[in-house]
Write a protein that binds this ligand. Structure first.
Ligand code: SF4
Length: 598
């Protein structure tokens, strides 16, 4: 963490900002009495602010409300027990001048902002400002507002233009040269390069092969070498390699490199768990939601079918990173008897109206094998929707041949059955004319395409995801889910705090037309399924840990239907996240309102 960021948040500064709170705690007779006194104070503070304030809602009133709610949640004995850490005990110790070496700047930063927020002293400014219409009415007010909105959009455009995309003329020119170089290096014709089978036969499987296609930084080379040496899955298609830049330091392709080149700490953690990977990395607890091999079921009317356990290219943070052995592993297709048993399971469960065929990447299967699987599903009267989960439009767009698109389109019987594609485009730089053409081949068959975005560190700068949404719609793809990154310890480098995702939704996505922000922000809770993040009533903030990590209690999706245990998960400390942004050249002040998203 950069020293400058840490120095902003010291115990002394926290004491200054939180004098009132510390005094209440100090005056209480016991920790329990302090808990009650502070709880009452927080409620009283909110009551008075709402009763007497002249502060407008747009400025800070909602922050007072949210901080009061969070304080109350943090102060309960239940929170202490669920989180395994007591914030009131920490405040008690601090107010009695007891040494707490465990408390770090991230903790003080959270407490300081919560104390300031409660008192209506939140320091952040609105991310954007628009000229108010003041006292104007009618057409005059509308013109003033329209002018303001033009200015607002101009600033949004300016911010989005920081991120290059694959449809820009410059990018296309650069990539044409990259493609020619890779193609010539592998002795291939243009026609061969555009053939998906040739691509699969030339997947870069180690640092030497990828190094021939693209400039690798020494640390990238080392990490790949270590991963491959430790038999971790690794693979990059020549097509995707052509999207990477010759000059990594230009920073345009960071998100793409992060998709396929594992960070060293990831490799080390994966290798440390070589023998117990199945348990250590099955973050989603798929083993507890798999009634039979190849099937995962978390909801009543949909199940996941995983007939094929490999992909043309390996994503570093793959949810099933313990299952996939190598890119296009020859033995990745499930055995016929296993697949039959899974199909029989679907057949025996007419509640299953929708089947997500994923893997691995089912579109990496040969046409006949894939179509046989789909025909079996389509023959079941209760299967109304077949979804195919695939990243081939991004990693191998030439796989979407007119013939394949046509064959898939035949599974659509409007009113009876739909077939749709769910893909995973992570960054605007991944959207290329090849990808757009592949999507178009599906669309011409009436096949809808949805995108699932993983909100990782490498796509989390201001307006980076907004730009992606703008391009997705333009390319015929509907933004569907935005996933909060998982708490998988080996993928820490990718994690983004929930507060940033909420901030992005409110301050960036909200500025886009409704058709561009159709994505639902979700957290895939282990063993439980999706927690919808937009509404705070689906979670509680239990505690702020000594390092500043927030601990959330995520409610089960079916809490209104049946009794089910919730899930407690630690988030990334906000100060740590802001510090990383600082390190890559972002101004942390541009993200200041993040402290007030809970
Ligand atoms: S495409 Fe999906 S299944 Fe394949 S490696 Fe990436 S995340 Fe995993």
């Amino acid at each position: 963490m950069k020293k400058a960021m840490m120095e902003r948040y010291t115990l002394e500064r926290f004491r200054e900002a939180s004098g009132k709170i510390l005094a209440i705690v100090r005056e209480a007779q016991s920790v329990e009495a302090a808990r009650q006194a502070l709880f009452a104070h927080v409620s009283q503070e909110q009551y008075e602010m709402y009763g007497t304030t002249t502060i407008s809602l747009g400025a800070k009133l909602h922050i007072i409300r949210d901080c009061a709610r969070v304080w109350r949640s943090l102060l309960t004995a239940r929170s202490d027990e669920r989180a395994g850490f007591s914030n009131i005990q920490a405040l008690w110790d601090l107010s009695h001048e007891r040494f707490r070496p465990d408390l770090q700047p991230g903790f003080y930063a959270e407490m300081l902002h919560m104390a300031q927020g409660l008192e209506g002293k939140a320091e952040h400014l609105h991310a954007e400002t628009e000229r108010a219409s003041d006292s104007l009415k009618g057409r005059e007010a509308a013109i003033r507002r329209s002018d303001g909105l033009d200015l607002l959009w101009a600033s949004v455009e300016a911010k989005m233009s920081r991120y290059e995309d694959g449809l820009l003329e410059n990018t296309q020119q650069r990539r044409l040269a990259r493609r020619t170089k890779i193609r010539q290096g592998l002795g291939a014709t243009d026609k061969q390069f555009s053939d998906w089978r040739w691509q699969v036969a030339h997947i870069a499987r180690n640092e030497v092969e990828l190094g021939r296609m693209v400039t690798l930084l020494p640390k990238e080379r080392e990490a790949i070498k270590m991963a491959v040496g430790g038999r971790l899955p690794f693979g990059v298609t020549p097509y995707y390699a052509s999207l990477l830049d010759e000059e990594p330091e230009a920073g345009r392709d960071c998100a793409l490199r992060a998709q396929v080149i594992p960070p060293l700490e990831y490799v080390e953690k994966m290798l440390a768990h070589r023998s117990d990977r199945e348990c250590a990395f099955d973050f989603m607890l798929e083993r507890d939601t798999s009634p039979i091999d190849l099937i995962t079921r978390r909801y009543p009317a949909i199940a996941i079918l995983k007939p094929y356990n490999t992909c043309p290219q390996i994503c570093v943070y793959c949810q099933r990173n313990w299952e996939i052995d190598e890119a296009m592993a020859p033995d990745a297709l499930a055995a016929p008897e296993e697949l039959n048993a899974a199909m029989d399971y679907i057949e025996r469960h007419p509640a299953l109206r929708e089947i997500l065929v994923t893997g691995g990447d089912p579109l990496a299967l040969p046409d006949k094998t894939l179509l046989d699987i789909l025909h079996r599903l389509a023959a079941m009267p209760h299967v109304e929707v077949i979804r195919i989960g695939t990243r081939t439009p991004v990693t191998l767009p030439m796989r979407i041949t007119p013939r394949l698109a046509n064959a898939l389109g035949k599974f659509r019987e409007p009113g009876r059955r739909e077939l749709c594609i769910v893909t995973h485009i992570e960054h605007p730089y991944e959207i290329t004319p090849d990808l757009v053409a592949a999507v178009d081949r599906f669309k011409r068959q009436g096949i809808s395409i949805f995108n699932q975005h993983v909100y990782s560190f490498f796509v989390s700068r201001r307006f980076e995801a907004a730009k992606l949404r703008m391009l997705l719609r333009r390319s015929g793809i509907e933004p569907y889910y935005t996933f909060m990154t998982k708490g998988k310890e080996e993928t820490n480098a990718y994690r983004v705090p929930l507060a940033r995702l909420l901030q992005e939704q409110k301050e960036e996505a909200r500025l886009l037309p409704g058709s561009r922000r159709t994505d639902e922000p979700v957290y895939n809770v282990p063993g439980l399924g999706k927690n919808y993040l937009r509404a705070f009533q689906h979670r509680d903030l239990l505690a702020v840990m000594p390092d500043g990590a927030r601990v959330y209690d995520f409610h089960p999706w079916e809490k209104g239907i049946t009794e089910r245990a919730s899930y407690v998960g630690n988030d990334v400390p906000l100060l740590q996240y802001l510090s990383r942004l600082d390190e890559i050249g972002e101004n942390p002040d541009d993200y200041e309102s993040i402290w007030y998203y809970y």
